[in-house]
Design a protein around this ligand. Structure first.
Ligand SMILES: C[S@@+](CC[C@H](N)C(=O)[O-])C[C@H]1O[C@@H](n2cnc3c(N)ncnc32)[C@H](O)[C@@H]1O
Length: 212
C-alpha cells in the first residue's frame, strides 16, 4: 500500500485539531521544528483515550506541541512532566503551553534527560519518548523504573525512514552508531519479559510497550 496516499486519505477524514493546536503545529512546521506527524498524533490521541493516563512523562518537549496535544487528549486532571534540553526552545514551549491553556498541567524540566531521568521518582501511566534517537537506549533503564504494571511507553522515530531494516554495512558510516544503538534498543524492548511490545510502521515508526 502507498503510505503517502493512505496518510493523505486519513488526514482528509480525521477530525481537525483544535484551532490553537493547529496554530502551534503550523508555526512549528514553518520553523522546521521536528514535531510528531499526523499519524503519530492520531495514535497518541487514541491510546490516551483508551488508557486514560493521569500522569504522563514526555522526553523531548521541543516547542510544546505534542505535550499540549496529550494534555488535550488526557483532560484537565492529567499532569504532564516534560523534559527538553535545547535552551532556544524553552521560551517558545512555555508560551505555547500557556497559549494552549494547559500550563497548569505541565511540569517543564529544562536539561538533559540523561541527567534528569535518574532524579525522577514515582511512576507514570504513560511515557512518550521523542528525543535524540541515539540516546533512547540510555534512557531505557530509568524509563522502565518509572513505569508501573499497566503503564505504556510510546517511542517515536524508531524505524529511521526504513534504514533500520538495512544491514550495518549498508548504512553510511556517519549513521552507523545511531543505527546500531536503535537496533539494540528495539531488540532489548522486544525481548524484555516484563513488557509486551510491538513496532508500528506509522509515521517514522512507533514502538509501543506495555509494562505487564
Ligand atoms: C523530535 S523533537 C520533540 C518533538 C515534540 N515531542 C513534539 O512532537 O512536539 C525532539 C526534542 O528532544 C530534545 N532532546 C534531544 N535530546 C534530548 C535530551 N537528551 N534531553 C532532553 N531533550 C532532548 C531536542 O532538543 C528536541 O527539541
Amino acid at each position: 500500500m502507498d503510505q503517502q496516499r493512505l496518510e493523505t486519505y486519513l488526514a482528509s477524514i480525521a477530525p481537525a485539531l483544535p484551532p490553537v493546536l493547529a496554530e502551534i503545529e503550523a508555526e512549528a512546521l514553518e520553523q522546521y521544528v521536528p514535531i510528531i506527524r499526523k499519524s503519530a498524533q492520531r495514535y497518541l490521541q487514541w491510546l490516551i483515550a483508551v488508557q486514560k493516563p493521569k500522569r504522563i512523562l514526555e522526553i523531548g518537549t521541543a516547542v510544546g506541541f505534542s505535550g499540549s496535544l496529550m494534555a488535550y487528549a488526557a483532560g484537565k486532571d492529567c499532569k504532564i512532566t516534560t523534559i527538553e534540553n535545547y535552551e532556544k526552545r524553552f521560551e517558545k514551549a512555555e508560551a505555547n503551553f500557556k497559549k494552549a491553556g494547559v500550563w497548569d498541567q505541565i511540569r517543564f524540566l529544562k536539561g538533559d534527560a540523561a541527567e534528569i531521568l535518574p532524579t525522577l521518582d514515582g511512576s507514570y501511566d504513560f511515557v512518550f519518548m521523542d528525543a535524540s534517537k541515539g540516546q533512547y537506549i540510555y534512557f531505557w533503564e530509568d524509563v522502565k523504573r518509572l513505569m508501573h504494571s499497566g503503564s505504556v511507553l510510546v517511542t517515536d522515530n524508531v524505524l529511521q525512514e526504513g534504514n533500520i531494516l538495512d544491514s550495518h554495512y549498508a548504512v553510511c558510516r556517519r549513521d552507523r552508531t545511531i543505527h546500531k544503538r536503535m537496533r539494540e534498543f528495539l531488540a532489548m524492548q522486544m525481548q524484555d519479559e516484563a513488557f509486551a511490545c510491538d513496532i508500528l510502521p506509522m509515521g517514522d515508526g512507533l514502538s509501543v510497550c506495555l509494562k505487564k
